[in-house]
Design a protein around this ligand. Structure first.
Ligand SMILES: Cc1cc2nc3c(=O)[nH]c(=O)nc-3n(C[C@H](O)[C@H](O)[C@H](O)COP(=O)(O)OP(=O)(O)OC[C@H]3O[C@@H](n4cnc5c(N)ncnc54)[C@H](O)[C@@H]3O)c2cc1C
Length: 475
């Protein structure tokens, strides 16, 4: 019988545990222990229900185009619980000089692909529009070195595009800044498009033309979530696992290679395993791997930012008065603490009764670490003040919730891909150790699921168990 430990019971660790449970049920001779420091599984996936409204404390959905979370939901019996975002109402606004301006039609992430809506849009100055026209003639360029997203976007579209779109979009997804994040790690497709086509606009149109020639498939929603919120995925996963393998309230203090295996120390207990999957933010992984100082140093060098989400519930009058669409983004130049806000009742069906509106505001991020030190009351005062300025929203909320996430969002800085290569080289010198989570090759839930699942495959292969086959008997 082979023994595996999984450290961290967020979605990465749960995906790993599920993959192992599947093998175990298929007759593979493995057992596992899932260690979780807190009293509950799920990590940053937490759903609260208030007044008939579904409130997400952390992630609210996953990108449909990345299949791994959806596939896992289907496997655990949640296929009929998956819901798509209300894309017919998908409008996003950018705050410019205190006013919400709709993002023009045809913007793909930040690349303009339709002439008329971009030219007519008040989102950009005339100078920025002329830069966009010039971008069409950008020569192909094979990047030899990594650079920041800001430098890359500025080279193509000028500084206004960085301030109005690149920065707010990245602070929405990564809680990070365009001037810090690596274009090769965060927007690898953009770097490829530049190398091949030069102009991102021309590259995007070529991609769209290729898609138009491909056989037609049913259009899919941009985001997918679950009827009852992301917690539903956590609960369903936990329900599939072997209860005797689960340890909540058990923070691991150290993992050390010993006698061809690994020792996991938690409190006064130490336990011996053949393999360990560390499914933690990299700063937490580094703290446990002090017996492997080079690896720990590389892991600790990956920066994380913190995030604060604030949910506010309102009645029908506010719902009717709010603009249509999914929400708004706030460029840094606007000088606000709110980075973005989602109109939850519009983004997904069934998240709020018809007579309720839910606003979800994001604060913190790479520039707003100090938000974490404020009390919930102080945060609510700031949020309500800024919502009044942005949306003229004076009404008293029916309910509010504040959620703080310290060091939860990995920041893939310039050189991240080279760091990953070094981490991989060091890790391979430690057989039986796998790393999963949001610090490596994707911050979203689907990538976390993928890293947890792949870690199991790799560890089992290392133990001589492949393709779900039972360990050959030695007797
Ligand atoms: C506010 C917010 C909004 C987000 N929105 C989205 C979104 O809409 N879509 C999307 O795809 N992604 C989103 N993300 C990103 C995504 O949710 C996370 O990257 C992902 O859930 C991380 O999962 P994880 O299991 O790797 O880490 P975590 O969720 O951080 O889980 C790690 C677990 O390890 C435990 N732990 C820590 N130290 C120890 C120890 N020493 N011993 C044992 N256990 C330990 C922790 O208690 C925790 O439960 C969002 C993230 C945040 C913070």
């Amino acid at each position: 019988m082979k023994r595996l430990a999984i450290v961290g019971g967020g979605i990465s660790g749960l995906a790993a545990a599920y993959a192992l449970e599947e093998k175990r049920r298929a007759g593979v001779e493995v057992e596992y222990v899932l260690y979780e420091a807190s009293a509950r599984f799920g990590g940053v996936l937490v759903t609260d229900k208030v007044d008939g409204c579904i409130l997400e404390a952390g992630a609210d959905s996953f990108l449909t185009e990345k299949p791994w979370a959806i596939e896992l939901c289907k496997k655990i019996g949640l296929g009929d619980q998956l819901i798509g975002s209300n894309d017919a109402d998908r409008k996003t606004y950018i705050l410019v000089k205190g006013k919400l301006i709709e993002m023009p039609d045809g913007l793909m992430f930040m690349i303009p692909t339709k002439l008329t809506p971009t030219v007519m849009s008040p989102l950009f100055s005339m100078q920025a529009k002329l830069r966009m026209a010039r971008e069409w003639f950008h020569p192909p360029r094979k990047a030899t070195e990594d650079e920041t997203v800001a430098a890359f976007v500025e080279r193509h579209y000028g500084p206004e595009m960085v301030d109005r779109l690149a920065d707010p979009l990245l602070s929405g997804v990564y809680g990070g800044e365009a001037s810090q994040l690596s274009v090769r790690a965060v927007l690898p497709r953009f770097a490829e498009m530049e190398a091949k086509h030069g102009s991102l606009g021309r590259a995007m149109l070529a991609a769209r033309a290729a898609m138009a020639r491909a056989p037609k498939t049913k259009p899919r929603p941009l985001f997918t979530s679950l009827q009852e919120g992301m917690q539903q995925m956590v609960d369903a996963l936990v329900a599939t696992l072997d209860a005797s393998s689960l340890k909540t309230g058990t923070p691991v203090q150290a993992i050390s290679p010993e006698a061809g295996g690994w020792v996991v120390s938690a409190g006064l207990q130490s336990d011996q395993f053949d393999s360990v999957i560390v499914a933690l933010p990299t700063h937490a992984a580094a703290a446990l791997l002090q017996r492997s100082p080079d690896l720990a140093a590389e892991l600790a060098a990956i920066q994380y930012s913190s995030s604060v989400t604030v949910a506010l519930g309102y009645g029908k009058q506010v719902r009717d008065a709010l603009p249509p669409g999914f929400g708004f983004l706030v460029p840094r130049s606007e000088g606000k603490r709110i980075l973005a806000a989602t109109f939850v009742h519009n983004k997904f069906p069934h998240r709020a009764p018809d007579d309720r509106a839910i606003l979800r505001c994001f604060l913190g991020g790479a520039r707003g670490e100090q938000m974490l030190a404020l009390s919930e009351d102080q945060i609510l005062i700031i949020v309500r003040q800024e919502l009044q300025q942005i949306l003229s929203l004076k009404a008293e909320p029916l309910f509010t919730r504040v959620f703080k996430w310290k060091g939860a969002m990995a920041q893939y800085g310039v050189g991240h891909l080279d760091r990953l290569d070094r981490i991989e080289t060091l890790r391979k010198k430690l057989p039986g150790l796998a790393l999963a989570g949001n610090g490596y090759s994707g911050i979203g839930v689907p990538d976390c699921v993928r890293t947890g699942t792949v870690a199991v495959e790799e560890m089992l292969k290392g133990l001589g168990i492949s393709e779900g086959q039972p360990v050959p008997s030695t007797s």
